[in-house]
Each structure stands twice: as structure tokens, then as C-alpha cells.
Design a protein around this ligand. Structure first.
Ligand code: NAD
Length: 480
């Protein structure tokens, strides 16, 4: 056996021990009360606050991301989710009594929300804390054990995630396993009760196939091309300021970032002008200033830089007009916020999820044209509409499909824990945040209890000869 195989065998054995320890421990964790689970969530909340500086430093090391953005999108997003769970956990956990139909009179019924058991959480690199710890909040709230596999592409963050989780949980309950694709695939070989995956649609299919081997239930939080519709009634300042904000944030490496804009043709020039204005305001008036801006992060790794730069070069090569930005510096993995118009149909940028700071703009004449374009593509994770006219945004809502929608703003649908967050088909399966996350990590177990001394079921025991019972069945079919 060579050393590589030996090494792989060693960590596979380690994963096996971890998985078996959690399996043995799962019923003890499942029996915990709302009070005990709240104490765990409070500990996680406190650890996040305690480690705020370490989180900011890790995000700077991985992305060159500003501490302020880290505070809002990583720490506050997670602590907000914890506070929401602390407030509502008892209500979510309470068994829900349900009605009993007349033929079952004398019995009672309720739904008991029990944890799924041992869960796997596989996270991407773009929001390493948020996207591994918010699912963990749901898993812990529901009483599960969990193994988290953060992305290997944000290694500083993965180390801090491991430290934070280690401060709050024993590995019998929650463990963090660092590693690359090989480790992810080894983990997918175990019969987890639930797999919660956030990442690309391509890897989502691999995860779904692996889950099928054990019939593990899954949540797939995927990505895709999220459109922004800007109609002729839109408040241009609001639209441009928010689109520029969400496209510059994390350098566009956000699953719900506006991927492209569909603007009513009479507004294109004005929109481009306002987008330029806001990119300048946010990150600097000159290309040099924007590159120096401490508020503008870098692309995560060289392969991703080449991919995004390739989309830009391909669009320009095919005749697209660069209206703003366009600067790219490979050594820094820097790509300037870039606005493109007149991008030919055959450009790759219209097919792939951009996941970077390029904003192609296309025009439409009538709203049905914009709707038809959206519907000709896989259902996106997010859909943004900027319009002052209720009839317009209602029409877009009615005639399109997407994971979530946000009207006259960007990103609100993610930050409200009362809303389900998730995609449809190519953009995902399942949902989480708040009660939706609790339900995703729970099994709704139907419980029926017979307490009648003369149960109605006695009527239906064989042999089936009685005319009275036949009559009763006829009556049941017709009327009950
Ligand atoms: P990715 O799919 O490459 O990787 C995600 C995770 O899967 C990582 O932990 C990685 O180690 C693991 N992985 C990679 N290849 C694997 C394989 N062959 N088998 C098993 N595991 C594997 O995604 P990424 O590049 O980290 O993130 C970008 C993607 O994630 C984008 O498509 C984005 O839209 C999506 N995303 C979705 C959401 C959401 O909430 N829906 C949030 C963030 C990112």
C-alpha cells in the first residue's frame, strides 16, 4: 500500500469513527428540550461575537474583504438567524395537534417534529461562515448531530469555523471536517440522514446521486443566473444604487447577485449612466482608486479569475461594448466592476452563471418579451424587479418562476428569516432560514392515538359479511 492510499485510509477511518460516534449520540441530542437547544444556540452566538476579529481577519486573508462587509453579511446574518430561532424555537418544537375525521372518532392525532438524525452540511467558499453556520443553526434547533465540510477554497475561514464550532460543541454532536473534493466525496459515502449542500448545480447533481445510494434526504442550495427587470416606471436611482451595490459586494460572488439586467429600451442609457455614478461613488472615481479600494474584494482563486476574465474577453471579442470598468489584474485576482451593453447572443456570458463583477445589460421592448426571455432559461434563484407599477411587478410575479423575488431592492429576501430561502430545480431543492430551516432538518412524524373503548375500526374487521357494515361502507364512501 503506498503512502497516499495509507493516508486516505487513515482519514477515512477517522471519518468513520466520527460518523459512528454521532450516530450513537443522536438520540441523546434528539431528546434535548427547547431550553437546552437554546443554550447551545446562545453559546454559538457568543462564540461568533467573541471571534469577530478572527472572522474579519480570515475573510480579509481569503477575499481581501472589508471588516464592515464581513460584519453585515457573515456575522450579523448568522446572529440574526440565531436570535430568530431563540425566539421561536419552543413554538416550532411543540407537537401540532390536528383534526380527526368522523370515521376515526374516538382517536386523536398530532405531528411530532423529530430531528432527522446525523446530517452533513457541505458549504461553498463565497460566504463561508454564513453558509455553514446558518444551516447549522437550523440543524441544532431541530436537534440533530452534524458534520460540516467547509470549502477548501477559503482555508482561513474554514480554520476559524472549526475553532468556533469546537468552542461550542463536542465532536459527538457537531464536527467540522476540513478538506477538498476528495474529503467531500468520502463523506458523501456515509449514510447520512440528511445532506444539506450549498454550491454549484453541477456538484449538486453529484451530491444528489450520492444521496440516492442511501436514500438520504437532501437540500440543494444552488445558483444560476438571477435576472433584474428594470421597467420604464422604475425609480432609476434606487435601481442603479442597489444593482451596483449587489454586483460589487463580494465582487459579485454571491448566489443571489444580479447576474444580468433586462431594462426597458428607453431607459438603457440613463441606467448605464447611473450605474457608473454609483460604482464610482462606492469604490472610487478612477480605475486606480477602485483597485485600491479597501471595500472591494478579490476573486477567490486563479481558476475563478480566469473563468470570469474569460467571459469578459469572450463578450468583448464578439463585439460587446464595455461601458464601465473592464480592468483586470491577474496577480491580484482583481476584476473591476464592469458594465457591458450590446452583448451578442452567442456570448458565453448569457449561458454561464457569472459569479463575478460583470454586468451585461440587455434591452426589451415589452414586458412579455422580458418574461419570455426569463422563462426560456432555468428557474433562477433570485429575481429582482424595479418598477413603480403594481400591475407590472405582479405580471412578472405571476408569469415567471424563481426561488425568491425582491421588488425595488436587492437581497432582502435572503435577510428575512421569516421567508423561506431556496431555489427551484436548477437553482435548488428545498429551503431553509427560520422555521423553514427547522422543518427542513426535521421529520414531521404523524402520530395517531386510539383512545375509544369502542373504536370505529372494529366495524371493519373481517370477515366482511355483515350487511350493516356494507351499508356503513357505502355511506362512508358517499358522505364521509
Ligand atoms: P462547488 O459546488 O464547487 O463547491 C461546494 C462544496 O462542494 C465545496 O465544499 C466543495 O469542496 C464540494 N465539492 C466540490 N466538488 C465536489 C465533488 N465533485 N463532489 C463532492 N463535493 C464537491 O461551489 P463553489 O464554487 O464553492 O460555490 C459557488 C456556487 O455555489 C455557485 O454556483 C453559487 O451560485 C452557489 N451558491 C449557492 C448558494 C445558495 O444559497 N443557493 C449560496 C452560495 C453559493
Amino acid at each position: 500500500m503506498d503512502s497516499v492510499t495509507l493516508h486516505a485510509d487513515t482519514w477515512h477511518a477517522h471519518l468513520d469513527v466520527l460518523f459512528q460516534r454521532q450516530r450513537q449520540h443522536q438520540y441523546a441530542i434528539a431528546r434535548t428540550t427547547a431550553r437546552e437547544r437554546r443554550a447551545k444556540l446562545r453559546a454559538l452566538h457568543a462564540a461568533l461575537i467573541r471571534n469577530r476579529k478572527a472572522i474579519q481577519d480570515a475573510m480579509w486573508a481569503d477575499f481581501r474583504k472589508s471588516p464592515m462587509e464581513t460584519d453585515v453579511t457573515e456575522i450579523a446574518a448568522t446572529t440574526g438567524e440565531i436570535r430568530h430561532a431563540l425566539r421561536y424555537l419552543s413554538t416550532w418544537m411543540a407537537p401540532r395537534r390536528v383534526g380527526v375525521r368522523l370515521p376515526l372518532i374516538g382517536s386523536s392525532a398530532w405531528i411530532h417534529y423529530e430531528p432527522k438524525g446525523v446530517c452533513l452540511i457541505v458549504a461553498p467558499w463565497n460566504y463561508p461562515f454564513n453558509l455553514s453556520l446558518i444551516p447549522l443553526v437550523s440543524a441544532v434547533a431541530a436537534g440533530n448531530c452534524a458534520i460540516i465540510k467547509p470549502s477548501e477554497h477559503a482555508p482561513h475561514s474554514a480554520r476559524v469555523i472549526k475553532a468556533i464550532v469546537g468552542e461550542c460543541f463536542s465532536e459527538d454532536e457537531v464536527a467540522v471536517v476540513e478538506g477538498d473534493v476528495e474529503v467531500a466525496q468520502a463523506l458523501l459515502g456515509f449514510p447520512f440522514d440528511h445532506i444539506f449542500f450549498t454550491g454549484s448545480p453541477a456538484v449538486g447533481k453529484i451530491v444528489m446521486a450520492a444521496a440516492a445510494k442511501h436514500l438520504s434526504s437532501i437540500t440543494l442550495e444552488l445558483g444560476g443566473k438571477s435576472p433584474v427587470v428594470v421597467d420604464e416606471t422604475a425609480d432609476l436611482e434606487r435601481a442603479a444604487s442597489r444593482i451596483a451595490w449587489m454586483k460589487g459586494m463580494n465582487s459579485g460572488q454571491i448566489c443571489i447577485a444580479p447576474d444580468y439586467v433586462l431594462v426597458q429600451e428607453s431607459l438603457q442609457e440613463a441606467l448605464v449612466e447611473r450605474l457608473e455614478h454609483y460604482f464610482r461613488q462606492y469604490y472610487g472615481g478612477t480605475p486606480e482608486a477602485r483597485q485600491q479600494s479597501p471595500d472591494y474584494p478579490r476573486l477567490i482563486h486563479d481558476r475563478h479569475f480566469s473563468f470570469v476574465k474569460g467571459l469578459l474577453d469572450d463578450a468583448v471579442h464578439r463585439g460587446a461594448t464595455v461601458r464601465f470598468g473592464g480592468r483586470a489584474v491577474a496577480e491580484e485576482r482583481y476584476i473591476e466592476p464592469t458594465v457591458l451593453t450590446y452583448v451578442p447572443e452567442d456570448a458565453a456570458i448569457w449561458e454561464a452563471e457569472i459569479f463575478g463583477p460583470l454586468l451585461p445589460i440587455r434591452t426589451y421592448r415589452t414586458l412579455p418579451e422580458a418574461i419570455a426571455y426569463i422563462n426560456a432559461h432555468p428557474k433562477p434563484l433570485a429575481l429582482y424587479i424595479f418598477s413603480r407599477k403594481h400591475a407590472h411587478w405582479q405580471r412578472v410575479l405571476d408569469d415567471t418562476r424563481s426561488g425568491g423575488v425582491c421588488i425595488n431592492e436587492c437581497g432582502l429576501q435572503f435577510f428575512n428569516p421569516s421567508l423561506p430561502f431556496g431555489g427551484q430545480n436548477h437553482s435548488g431543492i428545498g429551503r431553509y432560514h427560520g422555521e423553514w430551516g427547522f422543518l427542513e432538518f426535521s421529520h414531521a412524524r404523524g402520530v395517531a392515538r386510539q383512545h375509544s373503548p369502542w373504536p370505529t375500526t372494529s366495524l371493519f374487521l373481517p370477515p366482511y359479511r355483515s350487511a350493516f357494515v356494507r351499508q356503513a361502507v357505502n355511506w362512508l364512501i358517499r358522505w364521509l
